[in-house]
Ligand binder design. Structure first.
Ligand code: FES
Length: 57
């Protein structure tokens, strides 16, 4: 079964929430796009357990 993963962002790109909260800038982050992470906006690996696919393959 194929599973799609998070968005990998590299290069110290700032991540800011809709309410203006600024997360710590890191060189690499993975952003959840499945909606199931308990640590949004970051991926916690939940995409694998729910079998998330983006339908792009
Ligand atoms: S993409 Fe990994 S938890 Fe959502």
């Amino acid at each position: 079964m194929e599973v799609s993963g998070p968005l990998w962002v590299r290069g110290g790109v700032p991540v800011v929430s809709a309410d203006g909260y600024e997360y710590e800038v890191r060189n690499r982050v993975t952003l959840c796009r499945c909606g199931s992470s308990e640590n949004k906006p970051f991926c916690d690996g939940s995409h694998a357990s729910i079998g998330f696919t983006d339908g792009l393959d």
